[in-house]
Design a binder for this molecule. Structure first.
Ligand code: 26Q
Length: 814
């Protein structure tokens, strides 16, 4: 990169002078803003070059449609990918600023819930790094994932006002605004060509304005675009009403439009059923398709025969599936294609990724909501389904059951996954086990009908953010021993295996982990006044709070361990710090009760002198990407303990591995593939397997009582939930108890097999303790985990998508 450090310095100084008239008194945020703006300047030229190259060569692009992009911070990431971080840091420090302080000024772009949103962000990084033409399309939420504070042990949500200051990375493109219509009624015009043309009357008009953010590839000139849409009213507020002193009504239309991109829905794995959510989905899908069609028709006019050659749209779960009937509508109603022509385009354009097997997460919309909001799109969905059912009847004339099961519209609902599978040319799961379960269980009918569509794409994460940027000590270690080049070819890490018996190297590795643990301890001391002992095992459970992820299993073990230490003087396991970070969906009562329980157990244990220096429990407030970047490098143990068959993939498991933490996990999602790489002796695997759970579910044979009766330690821990041991939140803990032991609201007891896996989990934790005590043995396992994580780079994942689905060509800029 031809980077002029003096120009950069001057550019920062000039901005501080011009914008703030205060190079002397600039506060840290002003400096961040000026530095970011100066970095954007550096990016600008290649961004333009990339745009021109991609236009000029009329190349095939991937369009990643996603309701979420969990980008986190951009400053360090951009500096690293531009390969100018050291120089820029030096320049800023020379000016008297502390880089770390400056970096901390940037709010996370938290436009996602968790795994699915962060995966989208890793994919964009890999696509740019690998020089593939790609656009991310989504929503510019005014408020992202809520800010979590813990008050009296309970989660309290506060709005994430991430745009309070301007976002220096985005460029508003008002020149590219489009209009999206809602509601109204369908009117038909019969025209001279003999066809009926449909349009909407009295619809609500909403303006969609794109904001572009650059996606800088690592060590390449490619700069792709993330284009996020903002909703506003074309009319602004109503001056007449305002003058008549109807102040509320005067801004009604404006508010109603702006509501669409106001806030990210904070529930992961569980649909909202809210009309506003459908509005969000249609809003960004329609705007994005109009945007794509506009650039296409500028070159090819109304000849759509090349559209599917130049565009592939990947649907990130069902959230953007309404794009399917919307593209039909645009092609027929706005561009005058016949149904069959339009359908031929659509079915060559879309590919669908499924991210979950939880039944409650499968999106379906009540017809009345859908039809009321999108009357014309609904007609098209009906027609798609009518034609599909007529095909089904020819293929399976006697199987009425199947025809009913597979109908896209059924029982007053529209099934978005069915629509996606029927219209897409590819359907994929996100880990081998997950894709297998889709094929053989959840989507069995569909895999039978369309076997050629089904495939697996195991998730991955970008080593640029999750190793190079987050863990500079380990990054240098790797370069020193494995060699350079791993930043774009993670298989280089396998060279580390040469050092498996080199005690000096192993010692160095342990020292790096130790330093990272000290850093994390210092950060938690500074931010939440927590005391952590860096000599203890850092056992880390960070991910969204959900029953299937079984944070409750972890807590029950902690309670059990606490009791055991108190009961038995001779029991002296190595010191442990149990670290949690998790947000619960705002309306998910039981998840919130688990957060309260973790905090109540933390208070009890951390204030009990008898276990001081032996166990400690820490809840990291407001877990988010920038916190994750500090936690993964400091972890010894990676908790991946979901009920087998329920976690589609997991990606945190990969970030831990990359940072040398050992997996304590079930054979679920990508854990299985991690263990395939490192072998069982380098991980701690326990618990029921997916097929065993399935068998128990089918036989309805699971009785949690049996497990409680057989295990006094478990019985005691359970009893302590409700006997006041953990303080004053008894109704919440009582519900947790009841859900495990009796089942609540007509549910089976212990739906996620926490009690069935308890004993195996305790034994796995004992193995962890024993293994940790053998420091050199632990270091070997750590080294091996790092050496064998090549498969889990999102670069590998992207190459798999490109080869099997997207069929893109690399475009070198310049
Ligand atoms: C749906 C409708 C209305 C409101 C919200 C939602 C919604 C939002 C987010 C539903 C689901 C999500 C997120 C799901 C998710 O993050 N799934 C995770 O995806 C990861 C990437 O593939 C996997 O690694 C995880 O296993 C999976 O849980």
């Amino acid at each position: 990169m031809d980077f002029d450090i003096f120009a950069f310095e001057k550019s920062v100084k000039n901005r501080l002078k011009k914008q703030y008239d205060t190079d002397l008194h600039a506060d840290n945020h002003d400096v961040y803003d000026a530095a970011a703006a100066a970095v954007l300047d550096v990016i600008m030229e290649n961004w333009k070059k990339t745009r021109l190259a991609h236009q000029k060569d009329k190349v095939r692009h991937i369009y990643y449609f996603s309701a979420e992009f969990l980008m986190g911070r951009a400053l360090s990431n951009n500096l690293i990918n531009l390969r100018i971080k050291d120089q820029a840091v030096n320049a800023l420090e020379k000016m008297g600023f502390n880089y770390n302080t400056i970096e901390e000024q940037e709010p996370d772009a938290g436009l996602g819930n968790g795994g699915l949103g962060r995966l989208a962000a890793c994919f964009l990084d890999s696509l740019a790094t690998l020089n593939y033409p790609a656009v991310g399309y989504g929503i510019r939420y005014r408020y992202g994932m809520f800010e979590q504070r813990i008050e009296n042990g309970f989660q309290v949500e506060y709005p994430d006002n991430w745009l309070k200051n301007r976002d220096p990375w985005e460029i508003r493109r008002s020149d590219l605004a489009v209009e999206v219509l809602f509601g109204g009624s369908v009117s038909v015009r019969h025209e001279a060509d003999g066809r009926d043309y449909f349009s909407l009357e009295n619809a609500e008009r909403v303006t969609a304005t794109p904001y572009d953010t650059p996606i800088v590839g690592y060590d390449t000139k490619t700069v792709n675009t993330l284009r996020l849409w903002e909703a506003s009213s074309p009319e602004g507020f109503d001056l007449q009403l305002f003058n008549d002193m109807h102040y509320k009504r005067a801004v009604e239309k404006q508010n109603s439009a702006e509501d669409i991109s106001r806030v990210l829905y904070p529930n992961d794995n569980g649909p909202s059923g809210k009309a506003l959510r459908l509005k969000q989905q249609y809003f960004f899908c329609s705007a994005s398709l109009q945007d794509m069609i506009r650039s296409y028709t500028a070159v090819y006019g109304q000849d759509f025969s090349k559209f599917a050659d130049l565009h592939v749209i990947q649907l990130n779960d069902t959230h953007p599936v309404v794009a399917i009937p919307e593209l039909m509508r645009l092609l027929m109603d706005e561009h005058r294609l016949e149904w069959d022509e339009a359908w031929a385009v659509v079915t060559k354009t879309f590919a669908y990724t499924n991210h979950t097997i939880l039944a409650e997460a499968l999106e379906k919309w009540p017809i009345d909501i859908f039809q009321g909001l999108l009357p014309r799109v609904y007609q098209i969905v009906e027609e798609i389904n009518r034609r599909f059912l007529s095909d089904l009847r020819t293929r399976f004339p006697d199987d009425y059951d199947k025809q009913n099961r597979m109908s896209i519209i059924r029982n007053g609902m529209i099934y978005m996954a069915w629509l996606a599978i029927h219209a897409s040319f590819s359907v994929n799961g996100v880990a081998a086990l997950h894709s297998e379960i889709l094929r053989t269980q959840e989507l069995k009918d569909w895999a039978h009908l369309y076997p050629e569509k089904f495939n697996n794409k195991t998730n991955g994460v970008t080593q640029r953010r999750w190793l190079l940027s987050a863990n500079p000590r380990l990054a240098s270690f790797i370069t020193k021993y494995a060699g350079s080049g791993w930043e774009t070819d993670l298989s280089v890490l396998k060279n580390l295996e040469t050092y498996i018996d080199d005690t000096a190297v192993l010692k160095e590795l342990l020292e790096i982990k130790q330093q990272n643990k000290e850093d994390l301890a210092a950060w938690l001391k500074a931010t939440q006044n927590e005391f952590l002992d860096p000599e203890s095992i850092f056992d880390v459970h960070i991910k969204r709070l959900h029953e299937y992820k079984r944070q409750l299993l972890n807590v029950l073990h902690i309670i059990y361990l606490y009791n055991r230490i108190l009961d038995d003087e001779d029991f002296n396991p190595p010191a442990r710090t149990f670290i949690f970070g998790a947000k619960a969906a705002s309306g998910y009562r039981r998840a919130k009760a688990i957060i309260k329980l973790i905090n109540a157990v933390a208070v009890k244990i951390n204030t009990d002198k008898r276990v001081r220096g032996k166990i400690r429990v820490v809840f990291v407030e407001n877990y988010r990407v920038s916190a994750a970047e500090k936690i993964f490098p400091a972890a010894d143990v990676s908790e991946q303990i979901s009920t087998a068959g329920k976690e589609a993939s997991g990606t945190g498991n990969m970030k831990f591995m990359l940072n040398g933490a050992l997996t304590l996990g079930t054979l679920d999602g990508a854990n299985i593939e991690i263990v395939e790489e490192v072998h069982e002796q380098n991980a701690f695997i326990f618990g029921l397997k997916a097929d065993e759970i399935l068998a128990m579910e089918k036989a309805q044979s699971y009785n949690p009582r049996a497990y409680i009766d057989r295990n006094a330690g478990l019985a005691k821990a359970l009893q302590q939930l409700t006997d006041g041991t953990f303080g004053d939140a008894r109704p919440f803990f009582q519900e947790l108890y009841d859900s495990l032991v009796y089942g609540v609201d007509g549910q089976r007891p212990d739906v996620y097999y926490v009690l069935a896996d308890f004993d195996a989990y305790c034994r796995a934790q004992e193995s962890v303790a024993a293994a940790y005590t053998d420091r050199e043995g632990w270091a070997k396992k750590t080294l091996l985990n790092i050496a064998r994580c090549a498969k889990f780079s999102s670069d590998r994942t992207i190459e798999d998508y490109v080869r099997d689905i997207w069929k893109l060509k690399k475009i070198k800029i310049d």
